[in-house]
Write a protein that binds this ligand. Structure first.
Ligand SMILES: [Zn+2]
Length: 350
């Protein structure tokens, strides 16, 4: 055969051959399902890992961590994600159950991977606090390793390895703050991944996030509750989060079970109960928003626990089924997942 014909035949064959499919995919992993500062049976504190990529890289071209509760670094290690591999960390709010794992995570990156890029830390602008001390994510990050600076550890470890940033872990964080608003705003983007945020109510400066990708979308509500602090109100859920969740595939949300309410005798102060979203109201919200998967996490109380911290669980410990039932009682007909640590949903499903 003539060389040109051979080349043409080869070209036709290459076009006809199945090319490796690079279908986009996203994985949502609960890195911690514990709600509040309580320690219970080794559950990690609240956090959600969202990874995005394609089949060829097991959906891992971009890795985003939302909140970093106690034990986040350990949970990440269980899914083979290194501290150096996170592109960004997002905080919903400055409560320790959502943030205390960050010192561990950032120290690890600073010490073990001194050549890695700075990590983006995305969170709210400073806002006034109730006793005159501002609520400040910026200061939280700037002072993240003050104890180790003051103990002399940071200078000692810089002496050991000169590649480590002299300022310590805070020096490798690139803090990007934004003013949370009722309307979604873009707060972070990379390639096909876009993260937007809204203002939501829990404590001042609380924000909720949505990640949009070619494989699907996920909303991380955090501890959002309704702007009206107590009944009468249409729902315990946030109207801004509901708008953010419109048409999303997955909603991950902190959850309180209705048994902890003031009509029962849990002893939980009403303002603490009312600033969370109840499982049944989350079911109703997810249904209105047209969501496919509702992941209930940060469960108050944890299934199996007779107490939530110092407060008792009226009627005895709840089961995972009790949470699922509450969400369905709210009217949700999609998939309810009652989170345990490392629960995952992949889009598209395999
Ligand atoms: Zn919380």
């Amino acid at each position: 055969m003539h060389t040109k014909l051979l080349a043409l035949a080869a070209l036709i064959m290459s076009l006809a051959a199945p090319v490796a499919q690079a279908a986009p995919c996203m994985i949502v992993t609960i890195t911690g399902s514990q709600g509040g500062p309580q320690a219970y049976k080794g559950q990690a504190g609240p956090g959600t890992l969202v990874t995005y990529g394609d089949d060829a890289d097991n959906c891992s071209a971009v890795r985003l961590q939302f909140d970093t509760g106690r034990g986040t670094l350990l949970r990440l290690s269980q899914v083979n994600v290194l501290s150096s591999q996170l592109n960004a960390v997002f905080f919903t709010h400055m409560h320790n159950d959502h943030s205390e794992g960050f010192s561990d995570l950032l120290m690890h990156r600073w010490m073990i991977f001194p050549a890695s890029a700075k990590i983006d830390v995305v969170c709210s602008d400073d806002v006034p606090g109730p006793l005159g001390v501002p609520i400040s994510c910026k200061k939280f990050v700037a002072h993240i390793a003050d104890a180790q600076i003051n103990s002399g550890e940071i200078p000692q470890r810089v002496f050991e390895d000169k590649r480590r940033a002299e300022g310590g872990p805070a020096a490798i964080a690139n803090v990007k703050t934004f003013e949370p608003k009722n309307e979604p705003q873009l707060v972070w983007a990379s390639g096909d991944v876009k993260v937007s945020a809204v203002r939501s109510t829990h404590i001042a400066g609380h924000a909720s996030y949505r990640v949009d990708t070619l494989a699907g979308s996920v909303v991380i509500g955090g501890d959002a509750g309704n702007d009206t602090f107590a009944p009468p109100r249409p729902s315990s859920t946030s109207a801004q989060v509901e708008a953010l969740a419109k048409g999303a595939d997955i909603v991950v949300h902190s959850t309180i079970h209705p048994v902890m309410g003031p009509e029962r005798d849990s002893g939980m102060p009403p303002p603490i109960f009312y600033r969370q979203s109840s499982a049944s109201d989350l079911g109703a919200m997810a249904q209105r928003a047209g969501v496919k998967h509702l992941i209930l996490t940060h469960l108050i109380p944890p299934p199996g626990a007779p107490q939530q911290g110092v407060w008792k669980v009226p009627g005895g410990a709840l089961t995972e089924a009790d949470y699922g039932k509450a969400a369905r009682d709210g009217g949700f007909t999609g998939n309810v997942m009652v989170a345990t640590d490392l629960a995952t949903i992949r889009l598209p499903a395999k």
